[in-house]
Design a protein around this ligand. Structure first.
Ligand code: UDP
Length: 425
């Protein structure tokens, strides 16, 4: 069960929340005290929440107490920083490690590193240099983001990259790259893969003889859902009893609701309204029904820094057809646990989907292999254990520097606290 503050799959939040929840929980098991600082997005949120998972969430008032677009968050970061410093003062603590997630948090982490000597570990989750590739009219916020990402890459004590593909991009951004570790994202292998298809189909009211294609994730043009719709159009025939479930939420007034409208228009234009079903946001714990019910997951992203949904599907023993980009080309072993196809190439997607639907035994075997790969490489326990080793190594390596920086400010130095950081909704 995810924490109540998680709002995955809508409003731009997505996988980072799933990541933070599991990493925080795993680090607590490893013996760390973990405080997650986040921007308050509703007046209902209490200031400090002790979760049932052992970590604490500190909701900071910085900017309007409502969901706001990411581009509007930067202007509230000074206030965020001020509130963090105030919290530390009130509680007489100075976090020895600040693990920042996404570029907005990186900005605050850089300041804290400078002010109080906190060691900064950073995970990008998404890179501007890839996101804006080919974009000719960069606005002011894009330019600020690019410079913050470059600065954190050069100054953080450690960068946690989630895939070898991301490291390749980071190498292009700086001349010396000696602070990077690859620690991928994980999945909950005890949540996914514990349900059989018949039970899941009964739960979702889907007949057993229907072929089900599944998409899970945010509704964002970068996710390439249009490619899936086109691929389905190529496949459709009277003999094929096909259902496509699209799982992911949209918040009125946000970009995802614009994308939902656009996708619904494409569905109408392609005459697919009997085949495509928009399921809306599904609570993370309930997703296991969808993965178990599906014949495969399709991840047609134009770019994907990691792609946790692919790992969730593999843990659920179903094959994955994904774009040959980013983390997906590392997660999916093409020809073994599914297939990767060139992004936006709907012809290639429909061929791969058709092959798996026509060869159910191959699909089952791919599902088994996927599960094995997840157990070997992509569990949260694995991720937490690697982060534990990394933090311990950093505390040892920067011992002298940290103690002198903290004592200058009159702080006591703790060794087992870590502060995870998330500034976006
Ligand atoms: N998710 C969810 N419910 C939904 C849609 C998505 O719980 O309705 C979760 C999904 O299970 C996954 C995360 O949101 O854990 C998406 O992560 P991913 O890395 O695939 O994409 P991101 O959002 O980071 O781009």
């Amino acid at each position: 069960m995810p924490a109540p503050w998680l709002d995955q799959g809508a409003g731009g939040a997505g996988g980072q929340n799933v990541y933070l929840h599991h990493v925080a929980q795993g680090l607590v098991k490893e013996g760390w005290q973990v405080d997650v600082f986040t921007r308050r997005t509703t007046i209902k949120q209490e200031g400090v929440v002790d979760t049932a998972f052992g970590y604490r969430v500190v909701n900071v008032t910085a900017g309007p107490e409502e969901l706001i677009p990411r581009e509007k968050i930067y202007e509230h970061l000074h206030k965020f920083l001020f509130e963090v410093l105030r919290y530390q003062k009130e509680h007489g603590i100075c976090y020895p490690i600040v693990h920042t997630n996404y570029w907005l948090s990186a900005w605050v982490g850089l300041k804290l590193h400078k002010i109080q000597g906190s060691l900064q570990v950073h995970t990008f989750h998404s890179l501007a240099s890839i996101k804006f590739k080919g974009k000719s009219d960069l606005d002011e916020m894009d330019t600020i983001r690019i410079s913050v990402e470059k600065e954190v890459l050069e100054k953080a004590n450690s960068i946690v990259s989630t895939s070898p593909e991301e490291v390749k991009h980071l190498k292009k951004m700086t001349s010396a790259l000696d602070n990077v570790s690859i620690i991928s994202c994980g999945t909950d292998q005890r949540l996914f893969g514990t349900m059989d298809r018949t039970t899941a189909r009964m739960f979702l009211n889907v007949p057993l003889d229907t072929k089900v294609l599944l998409y899970v994730g945010r509704l964002d043009p970068r996710k390439g859902i249009e490619t899936l719709l086109q691929a389905v159009k190529n496949l459709i025939s009277e003999q094929l009893n096909l259902l496509v479930l699209i799982v992911g939420g949209a918040v009125a007034g946000h970009e995802d609701s614009v994308e939902l409208k656009r996708l619904k228009n494409i569905v109408l234009k392609l005459n697919l309204k009997d085949v495509i079903k928009f399921e809306g946001l599904v609570e993370h714990g309930m997703l296991k029904h969808y993965y178990a019910a599906a014949n495969m997951l399709v991840v047609p992203s134009i770019y994907e820094p990691f792609g946790m949904v692919a790992v969730e599907a593999m843990a659920s023993r179903i094959p994955v057809v994904a774009s040959d980009v980013g983390g997906l080309r590392y997660i999916v072993v093409s020809g073994e646990t599914g297939y990767v196809c060139p992004p936006s190439d709907h012809g290639a997607f429909s061929k791969a989907i058709d092959f798996i639907l026509s060869n159910p035994k191959w699909g089952e075997e791919a599902g088994r292999k996927g599960r094995k790969r997840v157990e070997q490489h992509f569990t949260w326990d694995n991720v937490a254990s690697k982060l534990n080793d990394l933090y311990k190594m950093l505390l040892e390596k920067y011992k002298k520097y940290r103690i002198s920086a903290a004592s200058e400010l009159g702080f006591r130095t703790a060794t087992r606290q870590v502060w995870h950081f998330r500034t976006e909704p």
